[in-house]
Design a protein around this ligand. Structure first.
Ligand code: NAD
Length: 514
């Protein structure tokens, strides 16, 4: 539901938004935004449900996830229909990004959460290790507030929720006002799977509803969205001294080396920039190609992009869907206009699709871009490939790192060790070699941005542990009446301590022991 306008209703204390589909701009419903009292009531229900949920075993919690997985698979067409109607994304994008990724998440965390959160024994170093045993227990934080954007409205709600739930928390999830019904389906799937009441609730609402959630007494905010909102949320969480993870925007760089497989790299550039209509946080937004292969690469990209199919039949035979939101369309147009005014060349697209009534922007290929242009600095979030010629890999690295963002990136070379070495020099959250945009889809890879792309990491062991407090419990092995460090303090004990320090850190045997 890409376009919304506020509607005033008599006696209604809640904001009401009218929604239209980006596919044909026809009305598709209204969104009544949860107000402060609604949010507080949801958090109170979640708080009441949390001890009972945390008391369940991992196997019991996993069983709910496995049932949710079955419901998801059975209802996948309906979910895809809702997501496509609300976002306008290509049906294949909805299938792979929303259904496949959500199913993978449910299965992976049902299987692995117990292993990640098992009580750990850690060796205590030095002489203290003789007397003390250390165990680390992962305790759920309590109630998690999850706030999500519109570009992956089902999976970006499902994936963090599964991790928080498997760790023993309850969840209050608030999806975007642009796509509320796709996120609401997360609640429906879990309800049908028999999840106890209050364990996962989805709030319908806008930014104001999200702001209420951040102040409703939750124990952590897990946020995915823009840098601007991320800063506001970090401030609110900081004031309350509660943790947050911020998964924010990106301006991912692609580096094409002279020994790259150009067919594969060109295909990667096209799908990396156009999948999900370019509304992908790890989408390829800047492409740096070394001059030796620049012409050949550009020709392949132009040829491939011309073949992309855009339409509103909503079947699996279309490649690039609609822009999900009218405001995003304005940003894309502005970035392209600015680039052209500063000398960029458009080879393919560069305009709204004149054949289609909805918010369709043609897949676009541009060259002659540089870092004076908005399109190489700010997040465009559209189906646009921006290709810049560079002398060599060193220049590509300088440009790749010349960005306030650092979420993802990709490197293309036939030499995978060289690819690894280049990848490790990009100041970013994660990198793929000879593939693109994979990192969020690989749960074992901790995912999170650097610089303005965010704080903290989600997914895998790191992600699940992030919904817990790692609580060290130190156990004395032998007991005994006298505490070596206890009162009374005496001169003799101080002398003993000095001798011990001298032995530990001033003699080879002591250094070895400590
Ligand atoms: P947004 O920040 O406008 O909105 C995100 C969510 O925050 C929505 O649910 C919105 O209602 C809510 N919100 C708005 N104001 C709020 C406030 N003051 N307090 C609390 N909640 C508030 O972002 P968007 O336009 O929906 O999403 C697009 C952005 O998300 C892009 O920048 C994209 O790169 C980013 N994104 C990042 C990732 C990632 O994993 N790093 C994934 C997907 C999208």
């Amino acid at each position: 539901m890409s376009i919304y306008t506020p509607i005033a209703k008599d006696g209604e204390t809640r904001r009401v938004l009218a929604l239209r589909s980006p596919i044909d701009l026809e009305p598709i419903g209204e969104l009544v935004c949860a107000n402060r009292e609604d949010v507080q009531a949801a958090v109170a229900r979640a708080r009441a449900a949390q001890p009972g949920w945390a008391a369940k075993s991992f196997a019991e919690r996993a069983e709910y996830m496995n049932r949710a997985l079955k419901v998801l698979l059975a209802r996948q067409d309906e979910i895809v229909d809702t997501v496509v109607r609300e976002t306008g994304k290509a049906r294949s994008d909805a299938m792979s990004m929303e259904i496949f990724a959500a199913a993978d998440s449910l299965c992976y965390y049902a299987k692995n959460a117990q292993k990640f959160l098992r009580t750990r024994k850690e060796r205590v170093h030095g002489l203290m290790g003789i007397a003390k045993q250390l165990r680390i227990v992962y305790r759920p934080l309590g109630v998690i507030g999850i706030i999500t954007p519109w570009n992956g409205p089902f999976v970006l709600g499902m994936n963090p929720s599964v991790q928080a739930l498997m760790a023993g928390n309850t969840v209050v999830l608030k999806g975007s006002e642009v796509t509320p019904y796709s996120t609401k389906l997360v609640e429906e799937i879990f309800r049908e799977a028999g999840l106890p009441p209050g364990v996962l609730q989805v709030l319908m609402g806008d930014g104001q509803t999200g702001a209420h959630l951040t102040e409703a007494g939750v124990d952590k905010i897990s946020f995915t969205g823009s840098v601007r909102t991320g800063r506001l949320i970090a401030e609110t969480c900081g004031r309350q001294l509660i943790p947050c993870t911020l998964e924010l925007g990106g301006k991912d760089a692609m580096i094409v080396c002279e020994d790259a497989d150009l067919d594969r790299a060109a295909a990667g550039a096209i799908v990396g920039s156009c999948m999900n209509t370019g509304h992908y946080c790890c989408g390829t937004e800047r492409i740096y190609v070394v001059e030796k292969v620049y012409d050949a690469f550009l020709a392949k990209v132009i040829e491939g992009a011309r073949k992309l199919r855009q339409g509103n039949a909503l079947g699996f035979e279309e490649d690039v869907g609609a822009v999900f939101w009218d405001k995003q369309l304005e940003i894309i147009e502005q970035h392209v206009e600015d680039a052209v005014a500063k000398g960029a060349t458009i080879h393919v697209g560069g305009r709204r699709n004149p054949e289609l009534k909805g918010l369709y922007y043609e897949p676009t290929v541009m060259s002659g871009v540089n870092h004076d242009m908005q399109i190489m600095r700010d997040e465009t979030f559209g189906p646009v490939l921006c290709i810049q010629k560079v002398r060599d890999v060193e220049e590509a690295l300088l440009l790749a790192n010349d960005s306030p963002y650092g979420l993802n990136g990709n490197v293309w070379t036939r030499d995978k060790e060289k690819g690894f070495a280049i990848a490790a020099r990009i100041d970013t959250g994660s990198v793929s070699v000879n593939d693109m945009a994979m990192s969020y889809g690989v749960p074992a890879a901790p995912f999170g941005g650097r610089k303005e792309s965010g704080i903290g990491q989600v997914n895998g062991e790191t992600g699940v542990r992030g919904y817990c407090h790692a609580m060290p419990i130190l156990i004395d092995r032998f007991g005994g009446k006298e505490l070596p460090s206890g009162y009374p303090y005496t001169q003799k004990k101080a002398e003993g301590m000095k001798k011990l320090m001298n032995f530990l850190w001033n003699t080879p045997v002591g250094r070895w022991l400590s």
